[in-house]
Design a protein around this ligand. Structure first.
Ligand SMILES: C[S@@+](CC[C@H](N)C(=O)[O-])C[C@H]1O[C@@H](n2cnc3c(N)ncnc32)[C@H](O)[C@@H]1O
Length: 225
């Protein structure tokens, strides 16, 4: 069977495939770049599924935010983590980037207060947007986006450049494949750590959050200078 999908469950768009997809497979395929009515459904699932909310709030706690921090979330989806960031930084500012206009729309509705008071900016686009933010952020993070990025070395080089000296990166991941295992999560943690190290980030550490059916991991690193 010929497939245009790029890499595992959650990859590819429904209309990339030559074979009919089940409804479940069509929803799963939306998580890479939600679009259309099924994309809106995927966004609602991300906003309400307990494991997704737990993973996002855990990641924000690991960021150890200060009240005046400037934070970037890459692949912000419907804005669950950005909401927690704004609550944790009364005088802080946040930027959310996502290449799905549907997700930017859902995040804008969830976070309209932050947009109105000027503490939040939401931008539709990809990693190229980081080039406009050299040395701008105290924290740069993502939650379940890394599996969609084809070149982790290039990704973390951009993230390092977007951080202030002393700023921290955090990248969380929980396998959403069929029959996932803890080893899958740890394998991704290893790939993230190697890419962070290659980009020059230091003080690398991996945290684990017990979830069902597999733990989530978060790899953290710091820009030294
Ligand atoms: C599985 S969802 C996770 C969303 C959110 N971080 C959460 O945990 O609720 C992945 C998100 O990353 C976005 N994304 C994936 N690849 C991207 C890329 N190259 N540039 C920008 N956004 C991307 C998708 O549009 C989607 O909203």
């Amino acid at each position: 069977m010929e497939r245009a999908s790029r890499g595992g469950a959650g990859a590819g768009r429904a209309d990339d495939r030559s074979q009919p997809m089940t409804v479940r497979a069509r929803i799963v395929a939306q998580f890479r770049q939600p679009h259309g009515p099924l994309g809106r459904l995927a966004g609602a699932i991300m906003a309400h599924r307990p494991s997704n909310r737990a993973r996002n709030s855990w990641t924000v706690r690991l960021l150890d935010l200060h009240p005046e921090d400037h934070v970037l979330e890459f692949g912000c989806g419907p804005g669950v983590a950005l909401e927690a960031c704004l609550a944790a930084m009364p005088a802080g500012r946040a930027v959310g980037i996502d290449h799905s206009p549907v997700m930017i729309g859902q995040a804008a509705r969830r976070l309209r207060a932050g947009l109105a008071d000027g503490r939040l900016s939401l931008q539709a686009g990809g990693l190229e947007l980081l080039d406009g933010y050299n040395g701008a952020f105290d924290r740069v993070f993502s939650v379940n986006v890394v599996q969609f990025l084809p070149d982790l070395d290039a990704t973390f080089a951009k993230i390092r450049a977007a951080l202030k000296p002393g700023g921290r990166a955090a990248t969380s991941y929980m396998p959403r494949t069929r029959n996932p295992s803890r080893e899958d999560a740890l394998r991704m943690a290893g790939r993230i750590s190697r890419a962070m190290a290659a980009a020059g980030l230091v003080d690398l550490r991996t945290e684990e959050l017990p979830l069902t059916p597999v733990p989530a991991i978060c790899v953290l690193g710091r820009r030294a200078d």
